[in-house]
Each structure stands twice: as C-alpha cells, then as structure tokens.
Design a protein around this ligand. Sequence first.
Ligand SMILES: [Fe+2]
Length: 368
Amino acid sequence: MSVPTISTEELRELLECRAPVTVLDVRPAAERAEWAIPGSVHVDAYGALRSGDPTALTDFHPTNGGPVVTVCAAGKTSALAAQRLRARGLDAVSLEGGMRAWSLAWNTADLPFPASTAGVVQLRRTGKGCLSYLIGSQGDAVVIDASLDPQVYRRVAEKHRWRICTVLETHVHADHLSRARALAADTGAALCLPTTDRVSFEYAPLKDGDMVRVGSAGLRALHTPGHTPESTSYLLHDRALFTGDTLFLAAVGRPDLEASAEQARRRAHVLHASLHRLVALPPETVVLPAHTSEPVAFDGRPISATLGEVQKRTSLLRETEETFVNQILTRLPPTPPNHHRIVALNEAGTLPDDPTELEAGANRCAVA
Ligand SMILES: [Fe+2]
C-alpha cells in the first residue's frame, strides 16, 4: 500500500504559516537528541514499527488538529508509521526523505534596526543550524555565508525588492557546503572572500579594513583569524557584527579543524587576540553568528545577542590568554562528520548533486 508523503518544502510552509499540524518523530531517542523538527512530538516507535509489533503507536493520539506528519531518519519507517495511523482513520502523511531531506528546511527572522540605513534578514537553516544573512539597502543586497539553495536568497530578496549584488563568506566552512559561489553565479553578484590561498576558484579578495558597499550602507571587514586563518567578521555601521564561526552567542570558534595539535595551539592564541579585538567594540553591538547548535523555531525571532550579553554568557572571553588556550583545547567537541570532504569541496568551490548526504549531523564549530 502506498502512503501519501509531504515534501520538506511543503512541511516548511505549513510550519511557517503556523497551520495546525502534528509532527510525529518516531526515531530512537539517541537519534532525536542529535537534531529534531521544532515543535515535533516524539514517540520512540522505531523498533516496534520495524518488527511489525501490532501495538506500535496505538497510544498516540494527536491533539493539534490538522494532519499528522510522521518523521524518521530517511522516510522509510515514517511511512510505516503513517500507514498505521491511516489504518486508524487519521490523516497521516510521511515526510519524504526524513530528517536528511529536512536538513534543507529554513525560516527567516527580520532584525529590528529602526532608523537604520540597511535592513537585515537572518536566514536560518533550521534543519542544520546554519545561519546566513541578507543585508539590503536602497535596492541592493549582500548575502553573508550562503548555506541554502540560491533560489531561497533570491526569493527573500525579491520580497524586499532587493537585488543581490555581492556574496560574502566569513571563512572556508567545514560543516556545510557553501552555496556562495553558486549564488554569485546564479545572480551575477560579485563573490568576495577574505584573502586566502586555500580556494582554487576566482574571487574578489578582502583584507582587514576593506569596506563592502551595499546601497547607502557599508560592511567593514575585520580580519579575526583563529577558527581558521582567513576568518573575517563584518561590521555593519557599529550596529551589527557578523562573526561567522569566530564568536557565537555563548561560545567561541574551535581552532583545531584541519590543523595539527601544534597549529591548533597557535591558532587558539591568535583567536584570543581576535576575540579581544571584537569585545572592544561597543557593548550594544548586535552579534550575528554563522551557526546555532539548536533547531530554529518558526517564530521569526532573531538568534542574536548584544556583545555585552555575549561577554556575560561566555566565560572563555574573561580568561587570561594562557587559560583561554588551555581550556579551549581541552573542551573541543568531536569533529564535525565528513569535515575533510566538505572543506575540500568548499576549497574547490564545487557542490555534489545531493549535498545533504555529506552534510548530515549537527554543527560542531563551537567551544563553550
Ligand atoms: Fe566554521
């Protein structure tokens, strides 16, 4: 019996317009702990469904109204779940491709900068935790750290009547495949990267202090090495600071990816200096990082904090250089899955047909 399915984009739209829907996650608890769909309910029915246990999901009763969307890792066990629920007369559909396909789901939040010359939209890849930004002024727009399909940025820019003129990266990423080059090719925008000899494609190099114009606004490049040698933050009029993976809202970037133990220690020292440069900016500056470690709700609320708040939350920022370096190196999380292959593809500027296969797993660029 074939079971009706729903695509990631269809479910994304339902959640975005806050339509009544119950998302039922049937994966084992350990898999759900890695990543989940915001607002989903969990019943660990994986084993029971796979073994054909007739009692699987009999205790599940949706309370939300609307359809039930069943979810598993790749869309097979969720089809069994939907079949069970449909046999009970419920309107149930299975999420096509499961959590792997959901990796591409996204939502947005507008940043409230009243009286600013620029508008800022945060694009959140909720299925993965990547944060990218669209900054528009007087009809022009810049994208920072594109991690979604080019048409997503075009769509959001069109809504604001902005034309994407420049595509920026904060660094060569290790936990998602950059869509910056594809977006620049798709829109005809200039592709600007911090100066690096790591990549093998053409780009406009940015150095410390360079200004990237967007309409009547400007983004100043601040070279903040440490997470990677080329890592750069962008400052929008002393108001918003796009920190990439150098500084998060309660953590700092890890210095050890693609580095030997000795290089990681050296990078940690460099990172300490970069962070001190950033925290010397006005405390009301809004910090906008490139990742979050939690699935992002469809709530339109930006993931951001003032620099003052970030300093309070991040104990590493208050340590002496020696303690900072020792603590960061002992607190490193496991390396992101497939990061060598992702870095190699980002350095080459190529995208595989199905990026989600390599991008599976949570972001792990931060040390708290
Ligand atoms: Fe990174």
